[in-house]
Design a protein around this ligand. Structure first.
Ligand code: TPP
Ligand code: SF4
Ligand code: MG
Length: 286
């Protein structure tokens, strides 16, 4: 085995059921560097997501062109770069092929793409995957514009926003993709920022576990482009905190279908059973 892989098995959180963002700093991370702007919230989001995947050794991530795609070459998880906008079509085929090829092994597929890729050029592929009830998670890093190409208008941009390459200002409201996701058959949908790592961990785990068992899930995460909005590397966090206030565009919103609710209740009950059994064992041994 290559030494890099041995190092991951020895020092990372591979194979550990209770892995999470708290391991950051004490274990080998699945991302060690990135080529985003210094302080870009997308880089924080990447770290939290990779630390929270329930099954990283058997997960394949599908990316798309944009700032997010600059990070994939640095992550220790199988990943595929798809043509801009095609990510949900590629993930659909991949998930189906993995299910046939590895019938006795859990293989998770997670799409991670920008808002331009998810809601503009890729909207057809995004929606069709949801209509078909494909069993994978779609994560959108919503920075409300096309950041990688210098700041063009996106469907998720807020009304009135003037970007470097969109001087007229957005004429329409932000497309309500979480609502569309609900009407298109997603079983778990969250709209939030990435300011709180514990929240990111919870929603990523829920989304992956629900997609694995039931059907499509969608996370829309605010990762502001600090370069575009003229903030320095320390100000991105405050920008997210402002946006997640109750009246903000990224106030926490979560939707669960009935089967998804039942599944999470089952998972919580099993976890409690396991914890109680472990406590019992400690008492017996004492
Ligand atoms: C088929 C295709 N169309 C257009 C582009 C040009 N392009 C590259 S990145 C990008 C915008 C990405 O925006 P988004 O998905 O929001 O990601 P961000 O850079 O904001 O993270 C565009 C239009 C391309 N590479 N390929
Ligand atoms: S251009 Fe914006 S989104 Fe892209 S890496 Fe820089 S700060 Fe992040
Ligand atoms: Mg974007």
């Amino acid at each position: 085995m290559p030494s890099d892989y041995q190092d991951l098995v020895r020092s990372a959180t591979y194979g550990k059921e209770d892995r999470g963002w708290k391991d950051i700093g004490t274990s080998k991370e699945l991302i060690e560097q990135h080529s985003l702007c210094a302080g870009c919230p997308e880089s924080m989001a990447f770290r939290y997501i990779l630390a929270s995947l329930p099954n990283p050794e058997d997960t394949v991530m599908v990316g798309s062109t944009g700032c997010t795609s600059l990070v994939f070459p640095h992550v220790a998880i199988h990943n595929i770069h798809s043509l801009f906008g095609n990510q949900n079509a590629v993930a659909s085929g991949l998930k189906r092929a993995l299910t046939v090829r590895f019938p006795n092994r859990i293989k998770d597929v997670v799409v991670l793409a920008g808002d331009g890729a998810t809601v503009d050029i890729g909207l057809d592929m995004t929606l069709q995957a949801w209509f078909r009830q494909e069993k994978f998670t779609t994560i959108c890093f919503d920075n409300e514009l096309y950041a990688n190409t210098g700041g063009q208008e996106s469907g998720l941009m807020q009304k009135g926003f003037v970007a470097k390459m969109a001087p007229v200002g957005k004429l329409f409201d932000k497309v309500r993709l979480p609502e569309i996701a609900r009407e298109s058959g997603c079983h778990y949908i969250v709209n939030c920022t990435v300011s709180k790592p514990s929240l990111v961990e919870k929603v990523v785990r829920n989304a992956v576990l629900i997609a694995r068992e039931i059907g499509p899930t969608y996370l829309q995460l605010y990762t502001p482009c600090i370069l575009e909005i003229g903030k320095d590397s320390m100000e991105g966090l405050q920008e997210m905190r402002d946006a997640e206030k109750p009246s903000g565009r990224f106030a926490f919103k979560e939707y669960l279908s009935e089967p998804a609710k039942e599944l999470l209740a089952e998972i919580a009950a099993k976890a409690k059973e396991k914890k109680d059994a472990a406590k019992q064992l400690v008492l017996q041994e004492a």
